[in-house]
Design a protein around this ligand. Structure first.
Ligand code: IVH
Length: 672
């Protein structure tokens, strides 16, 4: 082979390898390599391409992030207008849609496809001869913006269609909904808050802000995803049925939502709508309903469209979990890091089955953004999660008696100084001995995922501080039975129980202790990684920023935060006192995996169905914080399928592959 041919081959092989990993990561949620290993493959490819620019092709994985900041986006006229959908808000309206369809189909019952209505923004992605050419936003439905450089960064949008053995038309347009997962959304907002920027109000806004980012490297970091929902060949639908289109898209490398159903009757559609509503909170993305589409494309053409929406499809919208209520007051809470968080005290209101009486406002900028005053009527909304948020102020209900919220200049708990560094969104109490912070730190230290000291709740923590029995977490280990029994509402029996709990907490695994210290940016997962890596608190305390930053999954911000925490002499002294009081600060040799909370080290779980007591996110947290991984589909590599009610096809697959299936009770037993 000539030298050139061999370079071409290396490049081709690398690209194939990267595409395979993209697919494993994004479509199967079952990665084989770490992010770092993935990055180094990209880097290798990038170097080779830099040396041989003539070999760079638009479908190379390096092109996902190679774009330069744009000044603005060029306009693109859609070949087929991107229509919107008519809405229905009740099962009766859905049945009326079915009646209309049957009339239009000359009395015959059409088949329907029911799929989730993802709350994101629609995109149109174009391919020529199987290679990505452009990605366009919906815009006004007729013209959108060419945001190709950003769409390239969406890893669930293939840059090259996978050869699925089926001949694809030369020109293909795939439409879908781009969205941000709930976890990513939370992460972005947390980062924005840290950086002093305003939070995004919801994942949809965040997704549309992201797709219109002029700098594609920012889009790439935000990890947008897309669920494909339609396929065109030129100006026509590419397949005889919608169901085939979805299956084709999936086999060509797109992510297509697994929650879809081919329904023979409207009753089956209704059943799907109800099942999905029950599942709604367990999804990692927001949905606002179900889209019902006539399956046959010939019938779709026959039915046509009204001005803005097709007659062959309808959105069935779930009842908005929104309500209006009055903000009676805005109080300020002080967290364990001293952050002051304004909270709206609401006139209690029913929202999706729960009574809501408070809602966090995050920070002062959020109050400003909403234009919120005390006494205002507001629209509150409960998204997929349980935490309600204030969406907007209803200005028409103002009486003129509303009062402006004045951010406190002193800490509402200790009266200490409050500081809001330039450019930051959060004000903090900077008093080292602020009671609220101390209580927060004690409760965090004693919490279930940290040192698990049962019986140490808010009321007890408050008394311990008031009586000056405790001023930091190490003091807990100096408490005597007399100290505890002398407190209000504390019988000798409960005092000795608490004391026994404190004693027992000394034996907790190292990661619980690291997590319990409450170092900024160190969650359970990071704590487990640190425990495994360093093996002792001493070694962790001595680590340099560089050493920390080198650990896979620990970024620079985290590394600096950990280093700064241990650089503080007060914190070092606290660690010494904890060690002297007999708290375990090292990993023990045998069963080190279990000791670091790595109970599920290397184990692969798949979640399916609705669990009785926990959400999917909670189950995922537990698995991940114990060293396991959660993937989306069952394969031979799956160790456990954690199944709840209404489990679907994953359970069949598990049985077929003889993968162990467990229920929530067994899972809890495994966790002890
Ligand atoms: S089909 C003509 N399918 O909902 C049919 N739309 O309210 C057009 N959406 O603009 C869309 N999930 O952004 C379709 N599975 C899905 C969808 C979906 C979300 C969005 C889409 C559309 C909007 C209409």
């Amino acid at each position: 082979m000539s030298k050139r041919k061999s370079i071409e081959k290396t490049i081709r092989d690398l690209r194939d390898e990267i595409r395979r990993h993209d697919e494993l990561y994004y479509l199967r949620e079952n990665p084989e390599i770490s992010d770092r290993e993935y990055d180094s493959l990209i880097e290798k490819l990038r170097e080779l391409e830099a040396k041989h620019p003539e070999l760079v092709t638009p479908d190379s994985p390096t092109q996902r992030v190679a774009g330069h900041p744009a000044e603005s986006f060029p306009e693109f006229v859609h070949r087929v207008p991107m229509l919107s959908l008519d809405n229905s808000y009740s099962i009766d309206e859905l049945r009326a849609f079915d009646e209309r369809c049957r009339k239009l189909a000359d009395g015959k019952s059409p088949e329907y496809v029911a799929e989730l209505k993802i709350d994101g923004l629609s995109l149109s992605v174009h391919y020529a001869d199987g290679v990505f050419v452009r990605g366009v936003t919906r815009g006004d439905g007729f013209r959108g913006e060419d945001v190709s450089s950003n769409v390239r960064t969406i890893r669930s949008v293939p840059l090259k269609l996978r050869d699925n053995g089926k001949r694809a038309p030369r020109e293909i347009e795939v439409r879908g909904e781009a969205y941000l997962g709930r976890r990513i959304f939370e992460r972005i907002n947390a980062e924005r808050e840290e950086a002093g920027e305003a939070r995004f109000a919801n994942p949809r806004n965040a997704a549309s802000g992201t797709i219109r980012q002029l700098d594609p490297s920012i889009t790439a970091r935000r990890r947008l995803e897309m669920f494909a929902y339609d396929v065109f060949a030129g100006q026509r639908k590419a397949f005889a049925t919608h169901w085939e289109a979805l299956n084709w898209a999936e086999s060509a490398g797109f992510r297509v939502n697994e929650n879809r159903a081919l329904c023979k009757t409207i009753d089956e559609v209704v059943d799907f709508c109800n099942r999905m509503e029950a599942k709604r909170d367990n999804l990692d993305y927001e949905i606002d309903g179900v889209v019902v589409k006539v399956n046959s494309t010939a019938l779709q053409d026959q039915f046509g469209a009204t001005g803005k929406a097709p007659r062959w499809a309808i959105a069935y919208k779930y009842a908005a979990r929104q309500a209006t209520t009055r903000v009676n007051d805005i109080v300020v809470q002080v967290g364990r890091t001293g952050a002051l968080t304004p909270v709206a005290m609401l006139e209690p209101v029913q929202l999706g089955g729960v009574t809501v009486s408070r809602s966090t406002l995050h920070n002062e900028d959020e109050i400003e953004r909403l234009g919120l005053k005390i006494g205002d009527y507001v629209l509150v909304e409960r998204g997929g999660d349980v935490i309600p948020k204030v969406v907007k102020v209803i200005e028409s209900k103002r009486t003129g008696k509303e009062k402006k919220f004045r951010p406190p200049t002193k800490c509402p708990v200790c009266g200490g100084l409050v500081s809001r560094p330039e450019g930051e969104a959060v004000s903090r109490c900077i008093a080292a001995d602020c009671g609220a912070q101390l209580i927060g730190r004690l409760l965090h230290f004693a919490s279930r995922r940290a040192m698990r000291i049962e019986g140490l709740g808010g009321a007890l923590a408050e008394q311990l501080l008031d009586r000056k029995l405790v001023k930091d977490v190490a003091d807990l280990y100096t408490l005597t039975l007399d100290d505890l029994a002398s407190l209000d509402r504390m019988a000798e029996k409960s005092a000795s129980n608490v004391l026994a709990q404190i004693e027992e907490s000394k034996t907790r695994d190292l990661w619980h202790l690291i997590y319990g210290l409450g170092i900024r940016h160190v969650g359970e997962r990071t704590a487990a990684i640190l425990a495994r890596h360093f093996g002792s608190l001493d070694r962790l305390a001595a680590a340099s920023v560089e050493e920390l930053d080198e650990i896979h999954e620990i970024g620079l911000t985290m590394a600096e935060s950990i280093h700064d925490w241990f650089a503080d002499s007060g914190n070092r002294e606290l660690c010494d006192r904890l060690t002297r009081s007999g708290v375990r600060t090292t990993l023990t040799g045998e069963s080190a995996a279990a000791q670091t909370g790595q109970l599920f080290a290397g184990k692969v779980f798949v979640l399916t169905g609705t669990l009785p007591d926990m959400t999917r996110d909670e189950a995922r947290e537990l698995i991940e914080s114990n060293g396991g991984r959660v993937t989306g589909s069952v394969s031979k590599k799956t160790d456990f399928v954690l199944a709840g009610a209404d489990p679907g096809s994953k359970l069949d697959k598990a049985n077929q592959l003889e993968v162990k299936v467990i229920d929530e009770a067994e899972f809890k037993k495994m966790l002890g």
